[in-house]
Design a protein around this ligand. Structure first.
Ligand code: BGC
Length: 813
């Protein structure tokens, strides 16, 4: 690392790595740099190297199987983790994830995601931390430190400027060097500096004309050269396209395999004189270094010999969730709930909570505590009622509640060759992960078969997610026997595409029926490995929306408080596509308005990973942003609503309407997406545009009050004294913003320079010290190609959000 000396243990590991490298022939080296399947690199027994296993990330560790059969702890979404503004909590999350990784035999976690919230339409917003590079770097550093303290590697991703999903494989993002340095590269740089990640994942997209898997300048010159990154660089899955371009552009490992641009093709390129063997050696050295660090190279002492003390995953998931909830509005002290008051809990998501975002970040928790479960357990008996109110699911979801299914594999004669349980109706078998006794040579069909016991009577819809030939039978009748074809030219369409409705069947609550979905196995030839992926999808009878709202209004009228849970769906926020608007799907806005009119103590809980519009926000008593809260979300929500804990979150990203958002563009034109806004994204852009968002960056209320008493600064630190002037103990996130005294149209008016948290009892005063990094006073000078310290007068301000600044002091630097 730039500025940090190797330890004796590093030196000893390097010696083992060099010795191992020296004995490998070209073919073995080239083989090591290519995935052998979806998640692993080949073992090389001749040097005592075991197979290195990677897995997603970031809210849990899925492991090498993509199934609810192999559950994982699911923490709150990365936006939630960032909303805690607590790098130490992020570190503890990392320690838990290392424990999960070890349990699942995983050596490298494909996380954290540190791309920025450039446009609120970014579909993968929930999986990144913030619009601010400093906060992103701080949370990411904590996370990486935690994971690696458990002896498990990380790949900080996606390097770089993968800030939206539209045409993500090909989009050419045109970004000025200044915006790259001051915004998009900054979190990576901070994490490399603070946490020494063992890996980085290179993005799909292009930056300024060059695809990131071949970006010599950003990878070899900036990441490795300037910052001294000594870890390995893995491609995003299927991102590498060109053998020579990739290896010379600094890409060490291409994933997945077995079809690959490395391996034999790389060895051949060396033999043909197109690639220097020394370049291959450098890549192999970095992979062996990773293996040595992770403890899978014989003779090398792993970085962590003894795993850290065990962590209680459920307790930590609950703690992070309640610390992440952002109370953006609380009129007349609507929260916490009054003891023994009656509560009408309303909303489909209150019963079937959406706890995590879709795509590669998906994990399968062993249990989910819904808000209904959490509040039922926390509130006195007889005080809680529930009404659906509005169901935002506008389409089918993967079969889940009420289904008991297994997968049956048959050969071409129809003989059963293997079975596997299939909780949840999703089949995602990759590479060699097939049921015992089954091989691709003989596998002809996979049948999902079992029963469904409906919760409601009425017309149930069944559908199919996936591409290929399917037969769908419900209760003895075959409703579909045909071929589903992709309507989009995306290799991940089978993963991310929408399920298609294929049957509507009248069913009676509580009466089980047989269901069966058979898939004729045909392996796509445009992906590098064998994958069988399809799902049975279902939706319950859709009730009349007006009737549902009327029912909720009635429940609200009869309760002291109405708690309405509104949510996005997995067709709104997911990897693989961007959003088209920020509205809550379905009739949820109508629902909130109707309930608010019926009960003045209406509390709205927003279950989304990233910003949504809240057009009724001034008409309700309280608004609590709950993110995708992870598996214990409902318990955490009960903690916060009842006042057992205060909500601890502050906004890591500005919340406002799409019409007002200054930067929105995510769709390339002719393949190009120019970042015309330069260094002005997030609050930097809102301030420049002179617009006021619904809720500003950094905003969030607790259950106590704070008075900021003094601020002293010498330009390198800021010391802030504050007092808890409320009636209960609390925790405050003290934010420090720096702004040039003379407005400069080329620079943000103000930026987050640092933050610290303070805890105090009622009446108690505390002092925090926040370091002011040199970077807060620097800009990237494009002509000099270097950071330039801008001398002059600045205002240092301390406060509760970028708008609510309580104290300020001038300084000259
Ligand atoms: C995602 C990565 C992920 C990889 C493996 C890609 O589609 O962009 O973030 O780690 O798949 O699942």
């Amino acid at each position: 690392m730039a500025g940090s000396q190797p330890t004796p243990a590093d030196t000893a590991r390097e010696a083992v790595v060099e010795a191992a490298l020296g004995t490998l022939d070209l073919d073995a080296k080239a083989r090591l740099l290519a995935g052998q399947d979806m998640w692993t690199l080949p073992a090389l027994p001749e040097i005592g190297l075991k197979s290195l296993v990677m897995s997603d990330g970031p809210i849990g560790v899925r492991g090498v199987r993509w199934t609810a059969d192999d559950p994982s702890v699911a923490l709150p979404s990365p936006t939630a983790l960032a909303a805690t503004w607590d790098p130490e909590l992020a570190r503890r999350a990392g320690v838990l994830l290392a424990q999960e990784a070890r349990r699942k035999g995983v050596h490298v976690l494909l996380a954290p995601t540190v791309n920025l919230h450039r446009s609120p339409l970014g579909g993968r917003h929930f999986e990144c931390y913030s619009e601010d590079p400093y906060l992103t770097g701080a949370i990411g550093s904590g996370y990486v430190t935690g994971v690696q303290s458990g002896g498990v590697g990380t790949t900080v991703k996606h390097f770089v400027a993968n800030d939206a999903e539209t045409d993500r494989f090909t989009v050419n993002n045109l970004v000025s060097e200044r915006a790259l340095r001051e915004l998009y590269l900054a979190p990576f740089e901070a994490i490399v500096e603070n946490a020494r990640p063992w890996g980085v994942m290179t993005a799909y997209n292009r930056v300024n004309g060059t695809t990131m898997t071949e970006h010599h300048h950003l990878v070899n010159e900036v990441l490795r050269g300037e910052w001294g990154f000594d870890g390995f660089n893995v491609s995003d899955w299927m991102a590498a396209r060109d053998t020579v371009g990739a290896i010379n552009g600094g890409l060490d490992v291409t994933m997945p395999g077995p079809r690959t641009v490395y391996g034999a093709a790389l060895a051949q390129a060396v033999r043909d004189g197109e690639v220097a063997e020394a370049t291959v050696d450098a890549a192999v050295r970095r992979v062996l270094r990773l293996a040595a660090r992770a403890g899978i190279l014989d003779g090398a002492e792993p970085v962590v010999a003894e795993p850290p003390a065990p962590v209680d995953g459920e307790a930590l998931a609950r703690e992070i969730a309640r610390r992440s909830f952002v109370l953006v509005r609380n009129e007349n002290a609507a929260l916490p709930l009054k003891p023994n008051g009656t509560v009408a809990l309303i909303g489909a998501a209150a019963r079937d909570a959406r706890v995590l975002g879709g795509g590669s970040a998906t994990v399968f928790p062993a249990r989910i505590v819904s808000p209904l479960d959490g509040l039922t357990a926390a509130l006195p008996e007889g005080t809680l009622t529930y009404a659906v109110g509005a169901d935002p699911a506008t389409e089918l979801a993967v079969a889940d509640r009420g289904f008991t299914l297994k997968a049956v594999c048959r050969n071409a004669d129809g003989t059963v060759i293997g079975t596997r349980s299939a909780p949840g109706g999703l089949i995602q078998w990759m590479g060699s992960d097939l049921p015992d006794g089954v091989t691709y040579d003989v596998l002809h069909t996979v049948e999902l078969t079992g029963t469904f016991t409906p919760r409601e009577s009425g017309p149930h819809t069944f559908g199919i997610k996936g591409m290929g030939a399917f037969t769908l039978t419900v209760d003895g009748t075959t409703y579909y026997d045909d071929v589903q074809r992709p309507d989009k030219d995306d290799p991940f369409e089978a993963f991310f595409g929408a399920p298609v409705p294929r049957a509507q069947v009248e069913l009676t609550a509580g009466e089980p029926v047989d269901v069966s979905l058979t898939y004729v196995v045909r392996l796509p030839d445009d992906i590098p490995m064998k994958v069988i992926t399809f799902a049975l999808a279902h939706s319950a009878p859709q009730r009349d929306p007006d009737e549902l709202i009327a029912e909720a209004v009635e429940a609200a009228r009869n309760a002291d408080t109405a708690v309405v849970m509104v949510a996005t769906t997995d067709r709104v926020e997911s990897e693989g596509f961007d959003r088209t608007d920020l509205r809550l799907p379905g009739r949820q806005d109508d629902l909130v308005r109707a309930v608010a009119a019926a009960n003045r103590n209406t509390v709205v809980v927003v279950n989304s990973g990233s910003p949504v519009e809240l057009p009724w926000r001034e008409d309700v008593a309280a608004v609590l942003l709950g993110w995708f809260p992870g598996q214990e979300g409902g318990a955490a929500l009960a903690d916060v609503l009842t006042g057992a804990h205060e909500p601890g979150g502050r906004l890591p990203t500005t919340w406002g309407s799409l019409a007002d958002a200054p930067v929105t563009q995510v769709t390339p034109t002719d393949g190009e997406l120019p970042y015309t806004e330069g260094v002005f994204i997030g609050y930097r852009a809102w301030e420049k545009a002179g617009r006021t968002p619904a809720y500003p960056f950094g905003h969030g209320l607790g259950y106590t009050d704070w008075t900021y008493e003094s601020l002293e600064t010498d330009g390198s630190t800021a010391r802030i004294r504050l007092r808890n002037t409320g009636a209960r103990p609390g925790r405050e996130v003290v934010q420090v913003y720096v702004s040039p005294a003379e407005p400069d149209p080329e620079r943000p008016a103000r930026l987050l320079a640092g933050f610290a948290s303070a805890e105090a009892a009622p009446g108690e005063s505390v002092e925090v010290t926040v370091a002011l990094p040199r970077r807060a006073f620097e800009i990237w000078d494009e002509k000099a190609k270097a950071w330039a310290f801008v001398k002059g007068s600045y205002e240092i301000a301390a406060g509760r959000s970028i708008e609510d600044r309580r104290l300020s002091a001038p300084i000259n630097v």
